[in-house]
Ligand binder design. Structure first.
Ligand code: BGC
Length: 773
């Protein structure tokens, strides 16, 4: 092959020279033609192998690596912000400098450059103006949709509808890909027990098993098989244990045991990696005293060696540089060294790798082999996405227009939003309200009207004005009714006598009062920790005054996290938890209020009884002195002023119908390793409406070499039942479901006594015993 090429080049050159000599002498025209043909052959023969679309990726990468200077290799590991700031703007060199760096081959990827036209323009600089023409990767935080905004990930997870979750991710990917993006910083796989932490909104809640199921679905939905221009690379983040920040305070210290790391925090990242995620993002926090970005145990030992991750690792915003502030790296050069030595690869925003990699290579502190391995992984995805052959494949203005915010996407967003809503309380069946009848409805609450407060920060390129507010959705659905609106409180959630008086006057003329309380969406997400995640005093006062009217009160609670609801309980007949639902908020809320959608969501985080109870979670340990239900409570693990139990447990959610669980059966009371156990339970819809129920199966190992949680979710089924319908649900328990990790990450399956529980939430369950031989 190579010989043939050399030969071809040689002949082309001879012919070209020959033609040149003969020019203008004899046979003028023929010779010029001859010369042109020869030149074309020469150019073709000169095309480097890495540009040959027919060559295998591996060979193309090898060829390219041979041509790259150390500076260009460092460039491939450099990611710069090219648009809005999603982190501190310090040290930003400005747009012109970034373009110049791109021209010099010193940028491998941009984040926050979006739109078919914008990405095309930037790509042109890299491809047409840099020496080797290596295309850029464009990345963005597409957390719950790109233009069509879906419910926040935490809310969406409350649907327990894994098929819908995967579909939502695939729509987000499709819209993002049409806007020139190749890569999204999603899914967030951080398990957290702490609603003080604003970022719980981005995850799937407190449970490692469910978190793993959701992580895998999101990765699959985003990535597909990455060979069309309708999917994007996923990024499992933030590796690892970011959800355990102390006190729920953003960017704070993490100090978890290795047992907790392996059993509670790592499983969802692992599931995302196993599902094929192309990239993993470091976390800001320390683990075992070492910043995650420079943590060899996390990145090299676990991710690379144990899990066999073949994609690439990207830092979080400036997190390489922040290792200096943490007190782990002495200076920027040391930060670059420590990050690369740990196995981290691409540097988002701190520019320490682009500045110091060549020097570290020269000094022999890092090897060319390692650098090549890192760069190879980045290049691999650029080839895999087809960018070397068509750098503008994703940046297609016509496709962008045709793909975004379509009616079909909005319909899926509405379905997802319907299924995300959790009904927490419904005294005397105050809900649903029949939309066919004429009801006088008082709709109160500033957040029901204000689109600016509907959304969190992570709405990508979605627009609040495109969304349906609760007021709009309710007016549309209840066209036969008379809806009167009153603010009730101010944008910050506080209230005053005038606002409350007005709301009360509005309520007095109504048959039913619906009050949207909670938090502005602006208080959900990164850098939004709250010491007191509860309903504001102003809103409690409002509800108290409205309750005094004697009218039935329905609270719609919107927030990006579970709030402490204890203070409002006495004043409301129903609580509908509406989270942050996205583009279709108003439609979905009206669907549920009217009963057109029978609520089916179940919490994926426990709702604390009081702030002082946080962290409160269902899969806790028994302690040596657990609190009994009755009898002598002294010298037991308890609070003197509040219950141990959360206000609403994990897995909880009501429906407009009722479900009954009965006749729990095991195929055997003793299970042998390698032969699964069958669990059967009868589920009956005992109410008068069709609806979905999420049946949950939990396990407890009674004695083990490492103590096990009092319950751990191992399976679930989302089933639809007509009134009166009964289904026998069967679950299979395998060895895997009984396994746990020790602190070194070894898997244990230990014989002994177990309990299995099945029910509609983590508290109200049937149970049976079995043993593993
Ligand atoms: C966040 C990441 C995000 C990144 C880029 C960081 O501040 O922690 O989740 O992907 O910024 O916007």
């Amino acid at each position: 092959m190579l010989n043939a090429k050399v030969h071809q080049v040689f002949i082309a050159r001879i012919l070209y020279i020959y033609a040149f000599i003969l020019k203008y002498r004899y046979m003028k025209k023929t010779v010029i033609l001859f010369g042109l043909l020869a030149t074309a052959g020469f150019i073709r023969a000169q095309q480097p192998l890495y540009k040959n679309a027919k060559a295998p990726i591996e060979a193309r990468i090898n060829d390219l690596l041979k041509r790259m200077t150390p500076e260009e290799k460092a460039g491939q590991l450099n990611q710069l912000n090219g648009g809005i700031f999603t982190g501190p703007a310090a040290n930003d060199p400005g747009q012109q400098a970034k373009i110049a760096m791109t021209r010099q081959g010193k940028v491998g990827s941009f984040l926050n450059v979006t739109g078919a036209e914008e990405t095309r323009a930037m790509q042109k600089v890299a491809v047409e103006e840099s020496r080797l023409g290596i295309p850029l990767l464009f990345a963005f935080d597409v957390i719950h949709g790109y233009k069509t905004i879906f419910p926040i990930p935490l809310a969406e997870a409350c649907s327990w509808d894994v098929t819908q979750i995967e579909k939502d991710a695939s729509i987000a990917a499709k819209e993002a890909a049409a806007a020139g993006l190749h890569w999204v910083f999603s899914p967030m796989c951080d398990i957290s027990n702490d609603p003080r932490w604003g970022r719980v909104m981005e995850g799937a809640g407190e449970d490692p098993y469910y978190g793993s199921v959701v992580a895998a679905a999101r990765v699959k939905g985003l990535q597909g098989n990455l060979n069309d221009a309708a999917h994007v690379m996923a990024c499992v983040k933030h590796f690892a244990a970011y959800g355990a920040v102390q006190g729920g305070r953003e960017y704070n210290t993490v100090d978890v045991s290795r047992v907790a790391l392996w059993n509670k925090y790592l499983p969802p990242y692992y599931a995302g990696v196993k599902a094929g995620a192309a990239t993993v993002m470091n976390a800001f926090n320390i683990v075992d005293g070492v910043p995650a970005s420079g943590n060899k145990y996390l990145v090299h030992d676990i991710l690379e060696k144990k899990w066999g991750f073949k994609g690439f690792v990207v830092s979080d915003w400036n997190s390489f540089d922040e290792m200096i502030t943490h007190g782990y790296a002495a200076n920027r050069k040391d930060a670059a060294y420590k990050a690369l030595a740990a196995g981290s690869m691409m540097d988002m925003e701190s520019k320490v790798v682009v500045d110091y990699l060549p020097q570290l290579l020269k000094e022999g502190k890092i090897s060319m082999q390692q650098v090549d391995d890192d760069v190879r992984r980045v290049l691999y995805y650029k080839f895999k996405l087809g960018l070397f052959d068509d750098p503008y494949k994703f940046s297609d203005v016509a496709r962008e227009k045709a793909t975004e915010f379509t009616a079909a996407h909005r319909m899926e967003a509405r379905k997802a939003a319907d299924a995300s809503i959790v009904l927490l309380k419904n005294e005397n069946n105050v809900l649903p309200i029949d939309a066919k009848k004429n009801t006088a409805i008082a709709l109160i609450g500033y957040y029901a009207k204000s689109k600016a407060d509907m959304f969190d920060f992570w709405i990508a390129n979605g627009k609040a004005e495109d969304a349906v507010s609760v007021l709009e959705g309710m007016k549309e659905k209840f066209a036969n009714s008379n809806i009167t609106y009153s603010d009730g409180y101010l944008p910050d959630g506080s209230s005053n006598d005038a606002l409350i008086d007005n709301a009360v006057a509005t309520a007095k003329n109504a048959n039913v009062v619906i009050v949207n309380v909670g938090l502005t969406g602006k208080l959900a997400g990164e850098d939004r920790s709250l010491a007191n995640p509860a309903i504001s005093e102003g809103q409690v006062a409002l509800l108290k005054a409205l309750h005094a009217t004697g009218k039935p009160i329905v609270a719609l609670v919107s927030a990006g996290r579970p709030l402490v609801l204890t203070a409002i309980q006495p004043y409301v007949n129903a609580i509908v938890y509406t989270w942050i639902l996205g583009t279709e908020t108003g439609h979905a809320v009206a669907d549920v209020v009217s009963g057109d959608y029978n609520p089916s969501g179940k919490t994926v985080m426990s709702f604390p009884y009081a702030v002082g109870q946080i962290p409160v979670y269902y899969d806790h340990f028994n302690t040596g002195r657990p609190l009994p239900d009755s009898g002598d409570l002294n010298w037991k693990s308890r609070y003197r002023d509040i219950p141990n139990e959360p206000l609403y447990p994990f897995g909880f959610g009501l429906s407009y119908t009722t479900f009954h669980y009965g006749n729990l059966q095991l195929s055997s009371a003793s299970m042998k390793k390698g032969s699964p156990l069958q669990v059967k339970v009868e589920l009956t819809n005992t109410g008068s409406k069709p609806g979905y129920e999420v049946a949950q199966l939990y396990i407890r190992q009674m004695t083990a070499s490492i103590v096990q949680p009092v319950k751990a979710l191992k399976a679930f089924q989302r089933v639809y039942l007509q009134p009166g319908e009964k289904k026998v649900l069967s679950f299979t328990i395998t060895d895997n479901d009984l396994a746990f990790y020790d602190g070194e990450g070894n898997v244990h399956i230990e014989p002994g006594a177990f309990k299995v529980f099945v029910g509609g939430n983590s508290r109200d369950v049937l149970e049976k015993d079995f043993t593993l031989q």
